[in-house]
Ligand binder design. Sequence first.
Ligand code: SF4
Length: 239
Amino acid sequence: MKYIYGPLNSRRLGLSLGITLVPHKTCSFDCVYCQLGKTREKTKERKEYIAIEEILNELRLWLQNNSPEAKKINYITLSGSGEPTLNIKIGQLITEIKRLTSLPVAVITNSSLLADSAIRREIGNADLIVPSLDAVTGDCFEKVDRPHSQIKIEDIIEGLVNLRKEFRGKIWLEVMLARGLNDDLRHIKRLKAVIDRVNPDKIHLNSPVRVTSEENISCVDNKKLNKIKEILGDKCQII
Ligand code: SF4
């Protein structure tokens, strides 16, 4: 299989069958904590990077050959080795997956393109969206996510607020914190004000523990993470 991986067990999603929609590290960000290495070419260009017909052929085959295992899967997850919303056919892919199987579909996104109402509509057929929000100031955003030059944090925030208004499924917001970059409590309080506007169903707080794109990235210690969890409120859990 080239585009389907797993199923993998994760604390976030349970048992999830992953689908990649773009070639390795095709991304609008170059996050310092990325486990996939550096983004060679940051892009916000949308196109059919991987033909969805090929993805669907693989998925059909996988479901045919793994029917006992398929029954245990919690989500078919559109994610993989880059930003899945860069694939311009993501909406069509979700529709076709739903014709093939009743398994719920999750989209994991870095939120970079959510300012575009057409993209919010395209992923609106999913059951769960897991968007990231690591920063709410331009300074922190640049330091942690190192976005494409045309992507602004203010637009991402408005995109997330609008996603909440329009999307009928669940939204689990992921926040990745790196020590000394975006874990300052003044920044966390501003983050909390934005998260209150977005009003996700859950907040997943995370800090990098594996190998990251940049060598000198450290995780936030447990004591501080717990303090931040308290600030972010009841919906927040440390993952
Ligand atoms: S958005 Fe995801 S794939 Fe892209 S650089 Fe960040 S962590 Fe890596």
